[in-house]
Design a protein around this ligand. Structure first.
Ligand SMILES: [Zn+2]
Length: 490
Protein backbone atom coordinates (compact mmCIF):
# COMPACT_ATOMS: atom_id res chain seq x y z
CA UNK A 1 0.00 0.00 0.00
CA UNK A 2 2.99 2.29 0.29
CA UNK A 3 2.97 3.17 -3.37
CA UNK A 4 -0.79 3.70 -3.55
CA UNK A 5 -0.85 5.84 -0.44
CA UNK A 6 1.98 7.95 -1.78
CA UNK A 7 0.19 8.57 -5.08
CA UNK A 8 -2.99 9.38 -3.18
CA UNK A 9 -1.18 11.94 -1.01
CA UNK A 10 0.40 13.53 -4.08
CA UNK A 11 -3.01 13.78 -5.69
CA UNK A 12 -4.56 15.44 -2.64
CA UNK A 13 -2.03 18.23 -2.51
CA UNK A 14 -2.53 20.07 -5.71
CA UNK A 15 -5.36 22.47 -6.32
CA UNK A 16 -8.09 20.62 -8.19
CA UNK A 17 -11.70 20.66 -9.19
CA UNK A 18 -14.01 18.05 -10.66
CA UNK A 19 -12.67 18.46 -14.16
CA UNK A 20 -9.00 19.40 -13.86
CA UNK A 21 -8.17 16.39 -11.67
CA UNK A 22 -8.67 14.17 -14.70
CA UNK A 23 -6.52 16.21 -17.06
CA UNK A 24 -2.91 15.97 -18.13
CA UNK A 25 -0.72 17.74 -20.64
CA UNK A 26 -0.77 15.98 -24.03
CA UNK A 27 3.03 16.35 -24.38
CA UNK A 28 5.81 16.79 -21.81
CA UNK A 29 6.01 20.37 -20.54
CA UNK A 30 9.61 20.42 -21.65
CA UNK A 31 12.18 17.81 -22.33
CA UNK A 32 15.91 17.42 -22.17
CA UNK A 33 17.81 17.32 -25.45
CA UNK A 34 20.85 15.23 -26.37
CA UNK A 35 23.23 17.76 -24.85
CA UNK A 36 21.08 18.21 -21.76
CA UNK A 37 19.59 21.45 -23.02
CA UNK A 38 15.95 22.17 -22.26
CA UNK A 39 13.64 21.97 -25.23
CA UNK A 40 10.01 22.70 -25.74
CA UNK A 41 7.67 19.71 -25.65
CA UNK A 42 6.67 19.96 -29.33
CA UNK A 43 4.37 21.72 -31.79
CA UNK A 44 0.64 22.09 -32.25
CA UNK A 45 -1.10 22.07 -35.60
CA UNK A 46 -4.32 23.91 -34.84
CA UNK A 47 -7.42 23.35 -36.94
CA UNK A 48 -9.62 26.43 -36.64
CA UNK A 49 -13.23 25.35 -37.05
CA UNK A 50 -15.92 27.73 -38.27
CA UNK A 51 -19.15 27.11 -36.35
CA UNK A 52 -22.60 28.63 -36.22
CA UNK A 53 -22.66 29.20 -32.47
CA UNK A 54 -19.94 27.95 -30.15
CA UNK A 55 -22.21 28.02 -27.10
CA UNK A 56 -24.81 25.76 -28.64
CA UNK A 57 -25.07 22.03 -28.08
CA UNK A 58 -24.91 20.36 -30.55
CA UNK A 59 -22.47 22.58 -32.36
CA UNK A 60 -23.07 23.07 -36.06
CA UNK A 61 -19.67 23.04 -37.76
CA UNK A 62 -19.68 24.93 -41.06
CA UNK A 63 -16.13 24.15 -42.13
CA UNK A 64 -12.43 24.77 -41.53
CA UNK A 65 -11.37 28.44 -41.39
CA UNK A 66 -7.63 27.92 -41.33
CA UNK A 67 -4.82 25.71 -40.07
CA UNK A 68 -1.72 27.02 -38.32
CA UNK A 69 1.29 25.88 -36.32
CA UNK A 70 2.33 27.15 -32.89
CA UNK A 71 4.66 25.96 -30.13
CA UNK A 72 3.21 23.59 -27.58
CA UNK A 73 2.04 25.71 -24.61
CA UNK A 74 2.99 28.91 -26.38
CA UNK A 75 3.05 32.04 -24.24
CA UNK A 76 2.47 31.80 -20.52
CA UNK A 77 3.74 28.53 -19.00
CA UNK A 78 0.99 28.05 -16.43
CA UNK A 79 0.56 24.27 -16.35
CA UNK A 80 -2.86 24.22 -14.67
CA UNK A 81 -4.20 26.79 -17.10
CA UNK A 82 -2.91 24.86 -20.09
CA UNK A 83 -4.23 21.56 -18.78
CA UNK A 84 -7.66 23.14 -18.64
CA UNK A 85 -7.29 24.55 -22.16
CA UNK A 86 -6.16 21.32 -23.79
CA UNK A 87 -8.75 19.26 -21.89
CA UNK A 88 -6.57 16.22 -22.54
CA UNK A 89 -6.63 12.75 -21.05
CA UNK A 90 -5.02 9.65 -22.56
CA UNK A 91 -7.47 7.47 -24.54
CA UNK A 92 -8.72 4.42 -22.63
CA UNK A 93 -7.36 1.99 -25.23
CA UNK A 94 -5.47 1.80 -28.50
CA UNK A 95 -8.50 0.71 -30.47
CA UNK A 96 -11.38 2.78 -29.19
CA UNK A 97 -13.67 4.78 -31.48
CA UNK A 98 -13.53 7.87 -29.27
CA UNK A 99 -11.12 10.11 -27.40
CA UNK A 100 -11.73 12.36 -24.43
CA UNK A 101 -10.88 15.44 -26.46
CA UNK A 102 -10.31 16.30 -30.15
CA UNK A 103 -6.52 16.13 -29.95
CA UNK A 104 -4.51 13.62 -31.96
CA UNK A 105 -0.87 12.90 -31.16
CA UNK A 106 1.09 12.22 -34.32
CA UNK A 107 4.68 12.14 -33.10
CA UNK A 108 7.65 13.07 -35.26
CA UNK A 109 7.01 13.41 -38.99
CA UNK A 110 8.93 11.73 -41.77
CA UNK A 111 11.51 13.95 -43.50
CA UNK A 112 10.14 12.98 -46.88
CA UNK A 113 7.20 15.14 -47.91
CA UNK A 114 5.43 12.42 -49.89
CA UNK A 115 5.72 9.93 -47.06
CA UNK A 116 4.40 12.57 -44.71
CA UNK A 117 1.43 13.15 -46.96
CA UNK A 118 0.80 9.40 -47.17
CA UNK A 119 0.54 9.14 -43.38
CA UNK A 120 -2.45 11.47 -43.65
CA UNK A 121 -4.26 10.28 -46.75
CA UNK A 122 -2.63 6.95 -47.64
CA UNK A 123 -0.40 6.00 -50.57
CA UNK A 124 -3.28 6.27 -53.03
CA UNK A 125 -5.05 9.17 -51.38
CA UNK A 126 -7.98 6.98 -50.44
CA UNK A 127 -7.81 7.56 -46.69
CA UNK A 128 -11.39 6.49 -45.96
CA UNK A 129 -10.39 2.89 -46.75
CA UNK A 130 -7.00 2.91 -45.00
CA UNK A 131 -7.43 2.67 -41.28
CA UNK A 132 -3.79 3.51 -40.47
CA UNK A 133 -4.00 7.04 -41.92
CA UNK A 134 -4.36 10.10 -39.71
CA UNK A 135 -7.45 11.25 -41.59
CA UNK A 136 -9.16 7.90 -41.06
CA UNK A 137 -8.37 8.08 -37.35
CA UNK A 138 -9.48 11.70 -37.07
CA UNK A 139 -12.84 10.86 -38.57
CA UNK A 140 -13.60 7.38 -37.28
CA UNK A 141 -11.72 7.22 -34.00
CA UNK A 142 -12.27 10.75 -32.78
CA UNK A 143 -14.68 13.19 -34.42
CA UNK A 144 -17.51 10.89 -35.51
CA UNK A 145 -18.36 10.05 -31.92
CA UNK A 146 -19.08 13.76 -31.30
CA UNK A 147 -21.69 13.58 -34.03
CA UNK A 148 -23.06 10.18 -32.95
CA UNK A 149 -23.46 11.26 -29.33
CA UNK A 150 -25.19 14.49 -30.25
CA UNK A 151 -22.43 17.06 -29.71
CA UNK A 152 -22.07 17.96 -33.41
CA UNK A 153 -25.00 18.35 -35.79
CA UNK A 154 -25.32 15.80 -38.60
CA UNK A 155 -22.94 16.53 -41.48
CA UNK A 156 -20.47 18.50 -39.34
CA UNK A 157 -17.75 15.85 -39.52
CA UNK A 158 -18.01 15.56 -43.29
CA UNK A 159 -17.58 19.33 -43.61
CA UNK A 160 -14.49 19.18 -41.34
CA UNK A 161 -12.98 16.33 -43.37
CA UNK A 162 -13.64 18.22 -46.62
CA UNK A 163 -11.86 21.24 -45.12
CA UNK A 164 -8.88 19.09 -44.11
CA UNK A 165 -8.67 17.49 -47.56
CA UNK A 166 -8.59 20.94 -49.15
CA UNK A 167 -5.72 21.99 -46.87
CA UNK A 168 -3.67 18.77 -47.01
CA UNK A 169 -0.65 20.34 -48.72
CA UNK A 170 -0.51 23.09 -46.17
CA UNK A 171 -0.79 20.61 -43.30
CA UNK A 172 2.11 18.60 -44.71
CA UNK A 173 4.17 21.82 -45.06
CA UNK A 174 3.64 22.90 -41.48
CA UNK A 175 5.68 20.16 -39.84
CA UNK A 176 9.08 20.95 -38.47
CA UNK A 177 11.61 18.20 -38.26
CA UNK A 178 12.42 16.34 -35.07
CA UNK A 179 9.52 17.70 -33.10
CA UNK A 180 6.52 15.87 -31.70
CA UNK A 181 3.25 17.17 -33.09
CA UNK A 182 -0.34 17.38 -31.98
CA UNK A 183 -3.36 18.10 -34.14
CA UNK A 184 -5.84 20.14 -32.12
CA UNK A 185 -9.39 20.96 -33.15
CA UNK A 186 -10.71 24.25 -31.79
CA UNK A 187 -13.14 26.97 -32.76
CA UNK A 188 -12.58 30.52 -34.06
CA UNK A 189 -14.59 33.13 -32.23
CA UNK A 190 -13.95 36.80 -33.04
CA UNK A 191 -10.65 35.83 -34.66
CA UNK A 192 -9.49 34.13 -31.48
CA UNK A 193 -8.75 30.40 -31.39
CA UNK A 194 -10.62 28.65 -28.59
CA UNK A 195 -8.98 25.47 -27.30
CA UNK A 196 -11.11 22.37 -26.55
CA UNK A 197 -11.31 23.28 -22.84
CA UNK A 198 -12.79 26.67 -23.74
CA UNK A 199 -15.68 25.14 -25.65
CA UNK A 200 -18.76 24.20 -23.56
CA UNK A 201 -19.88 21.25 -25.72
CA UNK A 202 -16.36 19.70 -25.64
CA UNK A 203 -16.25 20.03 -21.86
CA UNK A 204 -19.65 18.39 -21.53
CA UNK A 205 -18.53 15.56 -23.82
CA UNK A 206 -15.39 15.05 -21.72
CA UNK A 207 -17.44 14.94 -18.52
CA UNK A 208 -19.81 12.40 -20.07
CA UNK A 209 -16.87 10.17 -21.02
CA UNK A 210 -15.39 10.39 -17.50
CA UNK A 211 -18.80 9.47 -16.06
CA UNK A 212 -18.97 6.49 -18.41
CA UNK A 213 -15.86 5.12 -16.68
CA UNK A 214 -17.67 5.05 -13.37
CA UNK A 215 -19.65 1.90 -12.65
CA UNK A 216 -23.02 1.96 -10.92
CA UNK A 217 -23.99 -1.02 -8.79
CA UNK A 218 -24.35 -2.25 -5.24
CA UNK A 219 -23.37 0.13 -2.47
CA UNK A 220 -19.82 -0.68 -1.36
CA UNK A 221 -17.14 0.95 0.75
CA UNK A 222 -14.46 2.95 -1.03
CA UNK A 223 -11.12 1.19 -0.50
CA UNK A 224 -9.33 4.47 0.17
CA UNK A 225 -11.63 6.76 2.16
CA UNK A 226 -14.22 4.24 3.38
CA UNK A 227 -17.18 6.21 2.08
CA UNK A 228 -20.27 4.16 1.18
CA UNK A 229 -21.10 4.64 -2.48
CA UNK A 230 -22.86 2.98 -5.41
CA UNK A 231 -20.69 4.78 -7.99
CA UNK A 232 -17.28 3.20 -8.08
CA UNK A 233 -14.28 2.90 -10.34
CA UNK A 234 -11.67 0.18 -10.30
CA UNK A 235 -8.07 1.23 -10.01
CA UNK A 236 -7.23 0.08 -13.55
CA UNK A 237 -8.84 3.30 -14.81
CA UNK A 238 -5.85 5.08 -13.29
CA UNK A 239 -3.06 2.52 -13.71
CA UNK A 240 -3.45 0.37 -16.77
CA UNK A 241 -0.84 -2.13 -15.63
CA UNK A 242 -0.42 -5.35 -17.48
CA UNK A 243 0.56 -7.51 -14.55
CA UNK A 244 0.02 -10.99 -15.94
CA UNK A 245 2.84 -12.58 -14.02
CA UNK A 246 3.08 -10.04 -11.27
CA UNK A 247 -0.38 -9.99 -9.80
CA UNK A 248 0.74 -9.23 -6.30
CA UNK A 249 1.95 -5.74 -7.21
CA UNK A 250 -1.35 -4.07 -6.54
CA UNK A 251 -4.46 -5.73 -5.18
CA UNK A 252 -6.74 -4.06 -7.69
CA UNK A 253 -4.97 -5.12 -10.81
CA UNK A 254 -5.63 -8.83 -10.93
CA UNK A 255 -7.76 -8.99 -14.06
CA UNK A 256 -8.91 -12.54 -13.29
CA UNK A 257 -10.58 -11.72 -10.06
CA UNK A 258 -13.67 -9.60 -9.60
CA UNK A 259 -13.32 -6.17 -11.12
CA UNK A 260 -14.34 -4.63 -7.82
CA UNK A 261 -11.46 -5.95 -5.78
CA UNK A 262 -10.35 -2.42 -5.12
CA UNK A 263 -13.31 -0.12 -5.73
CA UNK A 264 -12.74 3.58 -5.24
CA UNK A 265 -15.35 6.32 -5.03
CA UNK A 266 -15.56 9.11 -7.61
CA UNK A 267 -13.76 11.58 -5.30
CA UNK A 268 -10.87 9.18 -4.83
CA UNK A 269 -10.85 8.50 -8.59
CA UNK A 270 -10.27 12.24 -9.07
CA UNK A 271 -7.52 12.27 -6.43
CA UNK A 272 -5.74 9.25 -7.95
CA UNK A 273 -6.00 10.70 -11.46
CA UNK A 274 -4.46 13.89 -10.19
CA UNK A 275 -1.68 11.99 -8.41
CA UNK A 276 -0.99 9.91 -11.51
CA UNK A 277 -0.68 13.05 -13.62
CA UNK A 278 1.85 14.49 -11.16
CA UNK A 279 3.83 11.25 -11.16
CA UNK A 280 4.21 11.43 -14.92
CA UNK A 281 5.06 15.11 -14.90
CA UNK A 282 7.23 15.58 -11.82
CA UNK A 283 8.54 12.25 -10.61
CA UNK A 284 9.38 10.25 -13.70
CA UNK A 285 12.89 9.33 -14.74
CA UNK A 286 13.36 8.32 -18.37
CA UNK A 287 17.13 8.47 -18.67
CA UNK A 288 18.58 5.85 -16.39
CA UNK A 289 17.57 2.82 -18.46
CA UNK A 290 16.74 3.25 -22.17
CA UNK A 291 13.03 2.75 -22.84
CA UNK A 292 12.24 2.33 -19.14
CA UNK A 293 10.13 4.77 -17.18
CA UNK A 294 10.83 4.96 -13.50
CA UNK A 295 8.49 6.64 -11.07
CA UNK A 296 10.21 7.72 -7.87
CA UNK A 297 7.59 8.66 -5.33
CA UNK A 298 8.35 10.18 -1.93
CA UNK A 299 6.19 9.37 1.08
CA UNK A 300 6.30 10.80 4.58
CA UNK A 301 5.41 8.47 7.40
CA UNK A 302 4.24 9.57 10.81
CA UNK A 303 2.25 12.54 11.99
CA UNK A 304 1.66 15.73 10.07
CA UNK A 305 2.52 13.90 6.88
CA UNK A 306 0.73 16.21 4.48
CA UNK A 307 2.71 19.38 5.21
CA UNK A 308 6.00 17.45 5.50
CA UNK A 309 5.42 15.90 2.12
CA UNK A 310 4.78 19.31 0.67
CA UNK A 311 8.13 20.41 2.08
CA UNK A 312 9.96 17.46 0.60
CA UNK A 313 8.35 17.96 -2.79
CA UNK A 314 9.23 21.66 -2.74
CA UNK A 315 12.77 20.96 -1.59
CA UNK A 316 13.10 18.51 -4.43
CA UNK A 317 11.74 20.98 -6.99
CA UNK A 318 14.10 23.70 -5.74
CA UNK A 319 17.01 21.33 -5.96
CA UNK A 320 16.19 20.51 -9.57
CA UNK A 321 15.73 24.18 -10.44
CA UNK A 322 18.87 25.33 -8.65
CA UNK A 323 21.27 22.73 -9.91
CA UNK A 324 19.68 22.78 -13.32
CA UNK A 325 20.31 19.07 -13.52
CA UNK A 326 16.97 18.22 -15.03
CA UNK A 327 15.27 14.91 -14.70
CA UNK A 328 18.41 12.87 -15.14
CA UNK A 329 19.66 13.22 -11.61
CA UNK A 330 16.41 12.46 -9.85
CA UNK A 331 17.96 9.48 -8.05
CA UNK A 332 20.87 11.63 -6.90
CA UNK A 333 18.66 14.31 -5.44
CA UNK A 334 16.62 11.70 -3.58
CA UNK A 335 19.78 10.30 -2.03
CA UNK A 336 20.52 13.72 -0.52
CA UNK A 337 17.39 13.95 1.62
CA UNK A 338 18.07 13.72 5.34
CA UNK A 339 14.48 13.40 6.64
CA UNK A 340 14.18 10.46 8.98
CA UNK A 341 10.56 9.69 8.27
CA UNK A 342 10.88 9.80 4.52
CA UNK A 343 10.54 6.78 2.24
CA UNK A 344 10.66 6.32 -1.52
CA UNK A 345 8.76 3.95 -3.75
CA UNK A 346 10.03 3.00 -7.19
CA UNK A 347 8.06 1.59 -10.10
CA UNK A 348 9.88 0.52 -13.27
CA UNK A 349 7.51 0.23 -16.23
CA UNK A 350 7.28 0.45 -19.99
CA UNK A 351 4.41 1.68 -22.12
CA UNK A 352 3.01 -0.84 -24.56
CA UNK A 353 0.19 0.65 -26.62
CA UNK A 354 -2.35 1.76 -24.05
CA UNK A 355 -1.01 -0.61 -21.40
CA UNK A 356 1.74 -0.30 -18.87
CA UNK A 357 4.06 -3.23 -18.32
CA UNK A 358 5.47 -3.28 -14.81
CA UNK A 359 8.97 -4.66 -14.35
CA UNK A 360 9.65 -3.76 -10.76
CA UNK A 361 7.92 -2.22 -7.83
CA UNK A 362 10.06 -1.47 -4.82
CA UNK A 363 8.47 0.13 -1.81
CA UNK A 364 9.70 1.76 1.38
CA UNK A 365 13.28 2.69 0.48
CA UNK A 366 14.80 5.20 2.94
CA UNK A 367 17.28 7.84 1.69
CA UNK A 368 19.93 6.32 3.98
CA UNK A 369 19.83 3.17 1.88
CA UNK A 370 20.34 5.16 -1.33
CA UNK A 371 23.38 6.77 0.28
CA UNK A 372 24.69 3.33 1.26
CA UNK A 373 24.63 2.29 -2.42
CA UNK A 374 26.52 5.47 -3.30
CA UNK A 375 29.09 4.79 -0.59
CA UNK A 376 29.82 1.26 -1.89
CA UNK A 377 30.15 2.69 -5.39
CA UNK A 378 32.66 5.35 -4.32
CA UNK A 379 34.74 2.75 -2.48
CA UNK A 380 34.74 0.46 -5.51
CA UNK A 381 35.79 3.27 -7.84
CA UNK A 382 38.72 3.97 -5.52
CA UNK A 383 39.59 0.30 -5.21
CA UNK A 384 39.87 -0.24 -8.97
CA UNK A 385 41.41 3.20 -9.55
CA UNK A 386 38.65 4.52 -11.78
CA UNK A 387 38.68 8.32 -11.59
CA UNK A 388 36.50 8.95 -14.59
CA UNK A 389 33.09 7.75 -13.57
CA UNK A 390 30.76 9.98 -11.60
CA UNK A 391 30.34 9.05 -7.97
CA UNK A 392 26.57 9.46 -7.95
CA UNK A 393 23.75 6.98 -7.49
CA UNK A 394 22.34 7.50 -10.98
CA UNK A 395 25.74 6.55 -12.40
CA UNK A 396 25.72 3.24 -10.48
CA UNK A 397 22.36 2.24 -11.91
CA UNK A 398 23.38 3.17 -15.44
CA UNK A 399 26.66 1.33 -14.98
CA UNK A 400 24.91 -1.90 -13.96
CA UNK A 401 22.59 -1.67 -16.94
CA UNK A 402 25.28 -0.77 -19.47
CA UNK A 403 27.86 -3.30 -18.30
CA UNK A 404 25.46 -6.25 -18.30
CA UNK A 405 23.74 -5.38 -21.57
CA UNK A 406 27.00 -4.57 -23.39
CA UNK A 407 27.44 -8.32 -23.81
CA UNK A 408 24.32 -8.46 -25.91
CA UNK A 409 26.06 -6.44 -28.59
CA UNK A 410 27.84 -8.68 -31.01
CA UNK A 411 30.23 -6.96 -33.38
CA UNK A 412 28.14 -3.81 -33.31
CA UNK A 413 24.98 -5.66 -34.22
CA UNK A 414 22.67 -6.21 -31.33
CA UNK A 415 21.62 -9.76 -30.74
CA UNK A 416 18.02 -9.23 -29.76
CA UNK A 417 17.35 -12.40 -27.80
CA UNK A 418 20.55 -12.03 -25.77
CA UNK A 419 19.89 -8.39 -25.19
CA UNK A 420 16.40 -9.03 -23.80
CA UNK A 421 17.68 -11.64 -21.32
CA UNK A 422 20.56 -9.41 -20.27
CA UNK A 423 18.29 -6.42 -19.91
CA UNK A 424 15.95 -8.34 -17.61
CA UNK A 425 18.96 -9.57 -15.64
CA UNK A 426 20.33 -6.05 -15.20
CA UNK A 427 16.93 -4.77 -14.06
CA UNK A 428 16.70 -7.62 -11.56
CA UNK A 429 20.07 -6.54 -10.11
CA UNK A 430 18.99 -2.89 -9.93
CA UNK A 431 15.82 -4.00 -8.15
CA UNK A 432 17.86 -5.89 -5.55
CA UNK A 433 20.16 -2.91 -5.04
CA UNK A 434 17.24 -0.62 -4.31
CA UNK A 435 15.47 -3.26 -2.23
CA UNK A 436 18.53 -4.01 -0.05
CA UNK A 437 18.60 -7.64 -1.12
CA UNK A 438 21.75 -9.70 -1.42
CA UNK A 439 22.83 -10.21 -5.03
CA UNK A 440 24.27 -13.48 -6.31
CA UNK A 441 27.83 -12.49 -7.36
CA UNK A 442 28.49 -15.95 -8.73
CA UNK A 443 25.77 -15.55 -11.36
CA UNK A 444 27.39 -12.33 -12.54
CA UNK A 445 30.85 -13.92 -12.60
CA UNK A 446 29.43 -16.86 -14.54
CA UNK A 447 27.95 -14.49 -17.08
CA UNK A 448 31.26 -12.69 -17.49
CA UNK A 449 33.21 -15.94 -17.88
CA UNK A 450 30.76 -17.19 -20.45
CA UNK A 451 30.91 -14.00 -22.45
CA UNK A 452 34.59 -13.10 -22.31
CA UNK A 453 35.56 -15.25 -25.32
CA UNK A 454 32.82 -13.61 -27.33
CA UNK A 455 34.16 -10.24 -26.29
CA UNK A 456 37.75 -11.10 -27.19
CA UNK A 457 37.12 -12.75 -30.50
CA UNK A 458 34.09 -10.93 -31.77
CA UNK A 459 34.59 -8.30 -34.44
CA UNK A 460 37.71 -6.53 -35.58
CA UNK A 461 36.40 -3.11 -34.74
CA UNK A 462 36.67 -3.93 -31.05
CA UNK A 463 39.98 -2.26 -30.37
CA UNK A 464 42.25 -3.48 -27.61
CA UNK A 465 41.60 -0.32 -25.64
CA UNK A 466 37.87 -0.98 -25.65
CA UNK A 467 38.36 -4.55 -24.44
CA UNK A 468 40.60 -3.36 -21.61
CA UNK A 469 38.00 -0.97 -20.36
CA UNK A 470 35.24 -3.56 -20.60
CA UNK A 471 37.22 -6.07 -18.60
CA UNK A 472 38.05 -3.38 -16.06
CA UNK A 473 34.34 -2.67 -15.77
CA UNK A 474 33.71 -6.32 -14.97
CA UNK A 475 36.11 -6.10 -12.05
CA UNK A 476 34.45 -2.92 -10.92
CA UNK A 477 31.05 -4.58 -11.05
CA UNK A 478 32.14 -7.60 -9.02
CA UNK A 479 33.91 -5.42 -6.46
CA UNK A 480 30.87 -3.19 -6.13
CA UNK A 481 28.35 -6.02 -5.78
CA UNK A 482 30.56 -7.73 -3.17
CA UNK A 483 30.80 -4.53 -1.14
CA UNK A 484 27.07 -4.03 -1.39
CA UNK A 485 26.42 -7.61 -0.23
CA UNK A 486 28.64 -7.18 2.80
CA UNK A 487 26.71 -4.01 3.75
CA UNK A 488 23.41 -5.86 3.38
CA UNK A 489 24.57 -8.55 5.78
CA UNK A 490 25.30 -6.00 8.52
ZN1 LIG B 1 -13.11 7.39 -1.64
Amino acid sequence: MGFLNAVYELGKQEERDTLSSFLKLPLPFEKTGKNNEHKKGGNEIRVHLRVENVNENPIKVLGVNSIDLVDFMSGEKDILKWKNKYLYRDPVGANTSWKFTPILKIGKPSKDENKRKATFIGEKGDWSKENKTHFYKIKNKMLMDYENSGYFTAGSVDRIMKGLEDEIDQIVDLFSENESHLIIFGVDVDEKFLYPGEIPAFKKYFKEKIDSQIGKGKTVKCSMCGKETASTVNLDKVFNFATFDKKSFLPALDKNSSSKVFPICTDCFAIFSNGRERLDREFMDMRTIPGMRIWCIPEIIGSDSSSSLKNVVNQFKEYVAKENTGIEDMFDSFAKFKNENLLFHFVFWEPNNAQEIVHLMIEDVPPTHLRMIEKCWRESLNAVGDNEKQKKLSRVLKFVYQTITSFGKDGGKKNKADLKVLRDFSIEIIGKLLNKEKINVESIKALFVQLIPKLLYSSEDNSGVKRDSEIKDMFLMIDFISRFNSEVRK
